[in-house]
Design a protein around this ligand. Structure first.
Ligand SMILES: [Zn+2]
Length: 94
């Protein structure tokens, strides 16, 4: 798999083509099952996060997530706990 640039993320036309391909195969959020709209209603997510070993930009490592699920998964991918905690003022602490 050839990467476009040093951080390995897809960009531009290649990314748009991948988004359309993955969404066409299954236009539902992989987490909550919600039907999402193309092109603005979803995020293309790496099932194995890019910074982890074994991650690729191949289609079988890509899935559709709705924005709220993507935010949650990204937080987990970055090493945060999935369950939000609250500080003394009742604000969410990641
Ligand atoms: Zn979702």
């Amino acid at each position: 798999m050839a990467y476009d640039n040093s951080d390995g993320r897809l960009r531009g036309r290649k990314l748009q083509a991948a988004r359309l391909r993955i969404w066409s195969a299954n236009p539902h959020c992989a987490r909550c099952g919600k039907l999402v709209a193309f092109p603005g209603g979803f995020e293309l997510d790496h099932i194995t996060a890019l910074h982890k070993e074994g991650s690729t930009n191949d289609d079988d490592n890509m899935q559709v997530l709705c924005p709220p699920c993507h935010v949650k998964k990204s937080a987990v991918d970055m090493g945060y706990k999935e369950r939000a905690k609250f500080d003394a003022a009742g604000r969410v602490v990641w």
